[in-house]
Ligand binder design. Structure first.
Ligand code: DAH
Length: 339
């Protein structure tokens, strides 16, 4: 009996010491379970051949209850310490918040949307067409038959084995698609990606254009100029003027190059406009009766104007960007500057 009491006492003291050192609940539980196991084992050994079995049982149970108390106290100590640590933690509410990096639109998208919005206000709807186009829509119906020299300026990517399928070289084929699909009056603006065999600082093999087409009874060249002037001023500012220079496109007659007052010098003359005060924007003209013939419009009844230019170039002028490849390299340091 005396030696069992000593053993139990030692086990209790050892448990107390161990639990004081324990830093986590898991080891507290393990030390406690081991201690109770050892107490039961000591009891079992003492019981063999003993006469005072009841006293042995009572003594052991007493110590197990004490061990229980030590164990509960240790758990409480750990919980109190955790709560105290939580309370000590201080938060500096005066620190600035962490800024989130928000995404934003690409400058070409910004320019395209603004162009669309300006034309929407004067009654133009947005039309789109496929980037993989037939030779008929891209060339033939625009009065550029197979051997026409104007095709040289728009050398493009053909599809292997299908000589009549091309990556469209301009947005003009959507003029054809629109007119084949509906009767006049037509007022559409056509933004879209186009392709050509070109690649340098001012030409990308892939670029974006916007096309305009207006067909109705009594549409004149003056309407073309008025619409262009309206657009130029809304997009670049009130001081911008429009100049139409005689030119040639197979699908318009008469045809004109569109120049806007140089946005950099306001028309005084600078390096960008080569001292002319004007910047070439795109092409335009009155829809050629030959085009109307291809889409089944009566050219005795209807007239129309069309124009087209590069959206990328427009964005370059608006945002002062001098290198086309920058648009397509995907460098966020570039894109982040335009919001
Ligand atoms: N499609 C021509 C090009 O890409 C631009 C153009 C010229 C479009 C005259 C037109 C137009 O609608 O009337 O070079």
């Amino acid at each position: 009996m005396a030696s069992l009491a000593d053993q139990l006492q030692q086990l209790s003291s050892a448990l107390e010491a161990a639990l004081q050192r324990d830093k986590d609940e898991q080891s507290v539980r393990k030390h406690h379970a081991d201690c109770v196991g050892a107490m039961r084992a000591a009891q079992k050994a003492a019981l063999s051949g003993a006469s005072d079995k009841k006293a042995i049982g009572q003594l052991t149970n007493e110590h197990i209850r004490r061990a229980e108390g030590i164990y509960e106290a240790a758990l409480k100590r750990l919980a109190d310490e955790a709560a105290a640590r939580e309370l000590e933690r201080s938060v500096d509410v005066t620190l600035p918040g962490r800024a989130r990096r928000l995404g934003h639109l690409h400058p070409i998208t910004l320019a395209r949307r603004e162009i669309e919005a300006i034309f929407a206000q004067i009654g133009f709807t947005v039309a789109v067409g496929p980037q993989v186009e037939t030779d008929f829509h891209n060339f033939e119906a625009l009065a550029m038959p197979k051997d026409h020299p104007a095709r040289d300026m728009q050398d493009t990517f053909y599809v292997d084995g299908s000589p009549d399928v091309v990556l469209r070289t301009h947005t003009s084929p959507v003029q054809i698609r629109t007119m084949l699909a509906q009767k006049p009056p037509v007022r559409v603006i056509v933004p879209g990606t186009v392709y050509r065999r070109d690649d340098d600082a001012t030409h990308s093999p892939m670029f974006n254009q916007v096309e305009g087409l207006c067909v109705d009874e009594g549409v004149t060249f003056a309407d073309l100029k008025g619409v262009l002037l309206h657009f130029a001023r809304r997009f670049f500012g009130d001081k911008i003027g429009v100049r139409l220079r005689p030119s040639f496109f197979p699908f318009t007659e008469p045809s004109a190059e569109i120049d806007f007052t140089c946005v950099f010098c306001g028309g005084k003359g600078c390096r960008t406009c080569k001292q002319t005060g004007w910047i070439e924007i795109g092409g335009s003209g009155m829809v050629d009766p030959e085009v109307f013939r291809h889409v089944g419009y009566d050219s005795e009844k209807y007239t129309g104007f069309a124009f087209g230019w590069g959206i990328d170039r427009m964005a370059m002028l608006k945002y002062g960007i001098d290198n086309i490849p920058l648009f397509f390299e995907g460098d966020v340091r570039f894109a982040r500057q335009f919001r």
